[in-house]
Write a protein that binds this ligand. Structure first.
Ligand SMILES: CC(C)(COP(=O)(O)OP(=O)(O)OC[C@H]1O[C@@H](n2cnc3c(N)ncnc32)[C@H](O)[C@@H]1OP(=O)(O)O)[C@@H](O)C(=O)NCCC(=O)NCCS
Length: 180
């Protein structure tokens, strides 16, 4: 019997968009050129500036360069999360080796803390394992203080990564998800 992956099989098109259902009103779709301004606005929200490595706002031209190189990069899979067709966040996977990729996710404003994260993470990782056959490990790097994110990844099936090079001063927790 054929092994059917529900998220992959149930993708559907609306116009030229391809949606991947997460739950009844929650979907992810591929990043599109028209998302450029929206992502610029999101990136410079105070909460995300504080979560970023540089802790600084980005300039419009920096964002344009980042966006243009992201959207056409074969080593990046970026999705917009939509709830009832309204964009509420982004989820991204970046290959960092033949077998590894790094996941990043954020939800916007009041969508945080409603329990959507674990399901989004679990199902989008399944999709990525399906799309990138060579990838066997998905890594998440989480700032120590970000307990909500840590538990969201744990609930999605991620486990602690015993990093031999980790020092006690490290501010980042690494979690990993292995292909089934
Ligand atoms: C990370 C993120 C996607 C998680 O999704 P979410 O839907 O908000 O997560 P949840 O509401 O399911 O919370 C996850 C768990 O953390 C727990 N939690 C929430 N806040 C917590 C806190 N301050 N301390 C400890 N646990 C906390 C929740 O109780 C929940 O566990 P439970 O379901 O067993 O109760 C979302 O919070 C987000 O976008 N945050 C901002 C960006 C970000 O931090 N991205 C991750 C960078 S690696």
């Amino acid at each position: 019997m054929r092994n059917i992956d529900p998220i992959w099989e149930s993708k559907y098109s609306k116009g030229h968009k391809q949606y991947y259902p997460i739950s009844l009103d929650l979907k992810i779709r591929n990043l599109e050129t028209k998302d450029k301004d929206l992502l610029y606005k999101w990136r410079n929200l105070e909460k995300f500036v504080l979560l970023s490595l540089t802790k600084k706002k980005v300039k419009k031209n920096e964002h344009e360069n980042w966006f243009n190189s992201t959207i056409c990069n074969k080593n990046i899979l970026a999705f917009i999360i939509e709830k009832s067709l309204i964009p509420i966040g982004k989820i991204q996977f970046k290959k960092i080796g033949k077998k590894k990729c790094l996941i990043g996710i954020y939800l916007i404003g009041k969508n945080i803390g409603l329990g959507m994260g674990p399901n989004l993470i679990r199902k989008s990782c399944k999709l990525v394992f399906k799309k990138w056959k060579s990838v066997t490990i998905i890594e998440a790097e989480i700032i120590n203080e970000n307990k909500r994110s840590f538990y969201a990844f744990k609930k999605a099936g991620f486990e602690n990564f015993e990093d031999k090079n980790k020092t006690t001063n490290d501010k980042i927790n690494k979690l990993v998800l292995y292909r089934d």
